[in-house]
Write a protein that binds this ligand. Structure first.
Ligand code: GDP
Length: 600
């Protein structure tokens, strides 16, 4: 057994934790790989250390990659710890004491694509958590006519470009700067930024050629050193605090936790408190594991045991009773504190993340606490009520709970980044519960909203089909073709759609008088089933006699039952054409002169 490398630092400043965010395919993974790769190829100088779920790049490695950009004497922070899982999903999962776990973020934006939905989403999260960030304007090597300068700082690279290529790139960069400003951030190319606290620096990079990567590391290092030094000063020997990245079954160790420690030290044998599905779990660390160095990976054992790990670091914790632990939950070392106080601390942190639920709504499942919260926020924004929200895969119980929702559109499970247990899949088949799952939050919410809209539209259509529709029409002068049995007259439809077989009548004073029923409509000698506003047709009306009940020039109405008028007015005004709405309004106005509450 050996002490972890992070333990023997000369001072008590911890490594800043860096997260990489951005739209899918904009190059987050490639950029992380490039940073790791550059660090590995720099060889001897410190080199990188692979942690569980994170990669540490020490200061001397950064300075050898950055060359003249970084003078290690200017810095006393030990380096940078990059979270290995890119994307804002893991970013929002990773929290510490209510804030973001990452101290600083890199927002990757494809220079050609600019801002995309997940870029906006990432920006929102960065805003909400107040996390400082730089923008990596990636894929500069795809600029037409680009002359790649492998691994060079951006200024060196610029000098090697034709005017055309560099002005093409500049155009794209200014586009991104404009988009940042639209999102409320004053931004500029990083070498023009004086004050990084009020401005976002944009670093042109290529994750493929490595151009600009020295600059990116330099800016991250400089930002951390300048603005985060105080935050990085921790009691290294103090009781450790961290956040669960993943709960994982590990051969020989049972259920283990992959954790990022952001404060203090954790040691083998420490009593720890971990956030769980029920009450916080109190247990004892059996083993602390870190990955074996790459060179030794071929051996059977993938992990090295270490005595202790100091923040900031990624570590695997083996301990009993971890089955109910949740990704995103806090981990705290008790050490010489009162255990109950630590438990209360973990409980209150969990309570902050808890989602407001209601009597009626949808069921939400997510893979981590942070993502559950992000889902809940998105649903609140979309005004979707939540009946139950939990971390974990979709289980039969979720199907049972979802099916108790009163409204069909709430008999839904929204699963974010989760699997469906096979027995739950069977139950879903047999029930009316609908499952939506995705690993992009806005997509999930959008899919659900589309489903609700389509359902509502379909429902309105069936209602509209069954309902009698308003129409107003006028008997034309000199167009009486038959007096009665049935009366046949020429009419002009003034508003709405006149349909065959409907009852018609007129207002006599304020009383509606039903006159008879349409038994035929003819247009230009042909039988038709309806006539739209503006059309002139001849109609047969069973009941009245022209000259006695009705006359030329009379204005007649379709007789709209009160219940139908009410549904139309209260629920369907958006679904019917303007002229029909006018007929409805006229019909209601006439009735309401006699009875103000008619159809209400
Ligand atoms: P992620 O989804 O954001 O993690 O994106 P990836 O890192 O998987 O990259 C998506 C695609 O873009 C891959 O095919 C990469 O090879 C490519 N790519 C990423 N960065 C660059 C770059 O700087 N230049 C070029 N030419 N291609 C890149």
């Amino acid at each position: 057994m050996s002490d972890s490398d992070t333990r023997d630092r000369p001072d008590a400043l911890r490594t800043p934790i860096v997260a990489v965010l951005g739209h899918v395919d904009h190059g987050k993974t490639s950029l992380l790989d490039k940073i790791r790769g550059s660090a590995v190829s720099e060889g001897e100088a410190g080199a990188i250390t692979q942690h569980i779920g994170a990669t540490a790049v020490p200061l001397d490695t950064i300075s050898s990659i950055a060359g003249s950009l970084v003078d290690p004497d200017d810095f006393d922070l030990p380096g940078l710890l990059f979270i290995d899982t890119p994307g804002h999903h893991s970013f929002s999962t990773l929290r510490s004491r209510g804030g973001a776990l990452a101290d600083i973020a890199v927002l990757v934006v494809d220079v050609n694509d600019g801002f995309q939905p997940q870029t906006e989403e990432a920006i929102d999260i960065l805003k909400r958590t107040g996390t400082p960030f730089v923008v990596a304007a990636n894929k500069i090597d795809t600029t037409p006519g680009w002359n790649p300068q492998e691994g060079e700082p951006i200024q060196v690279s610029y000098e090697a470009q034709s005017d055309r290529a560099s002005s093409r790139l500049d155009e794209n960069l200014y586009e991104i700067i404009g988009q940042l400003s639209d999102s409320g951030f004053s931004a500029d190319l990083y070498w023009r930024v004086q004050d990084f606290q009020g401005n976002v620096g944009v670093v042109p990079v290529s994750a493929v050629t490595g151009e600009g990567v020295p600059d990116l590391l330099t800016v991250l290092m400089g930002l951390s050193q300048r603005y985060m030094k105080d935050q990085m000063a921790i009691d290294v020997e103090g009781p450790g605090a961290g956040t669960v990245l993943e709960v994982k079954e590990e051969k020989g160790f049972g259920t283990t936790l992959d954790v990022v420690m952001y404060d203090g030290t954790i040691r083998e044998g420490d009593e720890i408190v971990v956030g769980g599905m029920g009450d916080p779990i109190v247990t004892e660390v059996r083993a602390l594991l870190q990955p074996k160095p790459l060179a030794e990976i071929r051996t059977e054992k993938r992990f090295d045991r270490v005595d202790s790990v100091a923040a900031a670091a990624g570590v695997k914790i083996a301990a009993p009773d971890l089955d109910d632990a949740m990704a995103g939950a806090p981990v705290r070392v008790v050490r010489d504190r009162d255990r109950e106080l630590v438990v209360a601390d973990v409980e209150s942190e969990l309570a902050e993340i808890e989602v407001e639920t209601e009597e009626e709504g949808v069921v939400v499942k997510a893979d981590t606490l942070g993502s559950l919260e992000a889902m809940a926020n998105a649903l609140v924004e979309a005004e979707v009520p939540i009946l139950r929200a939990e971390v974990g895969d979709v289980a039969p119980r979720d199907v049972a709970v979802a099916s108790t929702a009163a409204e069909a559109e709430h008999q839904v499970i929204l699963g974010f980044n989760v699997d469906v247990l096979s027995n739950a899949a069977d139950e879903l088949e047999e029930s009316d519960v609908r499952l939506f799952h995705d690993d992009v939050i806005y997509q999930l919410v959008e899919d659900y909203e589309t489903f609700v809209e389509e359902r509502q539209r379909a429902q309105q259509e069936t209602v509209l089909d069954k309902i009698i529709r308003p129409a107003r029409f006028r008997i034309l002068p000199d167009h009486v073709f038959r007096q009665n049995d049935p009366a046949v007259v020429g009419v002009e439809v003034l508003s709405g759609t006149l349909k065959n077989n409907t009852h018609v009548g007129r207002f006599d004073g304020n009383e509606f008088e039903r006159l008879g029923q349409l038994s035929g409509i003819q247009k230009e000698g042909e039988d038709v089933s309806e006539a739209r506003a503006g059309e002139r047709v001849s109609v047969a009306i069973d009941g009245p006699t022209v000259g006695r009940g009705i006359d030329e020039g009379d204005e007649l109405w379709v007789d709209l039952p009160e219940k139908h008028a009410k549904i139309l007015e209260q629920e369907l005004t958006d679904e019917i054409p303007a002229d029909e709405l006018e007929a409805l309004q006229g019909f209601l106005d006439n009735h309401r002169r006699r009875d103000p509450f008619w159809g209400k």
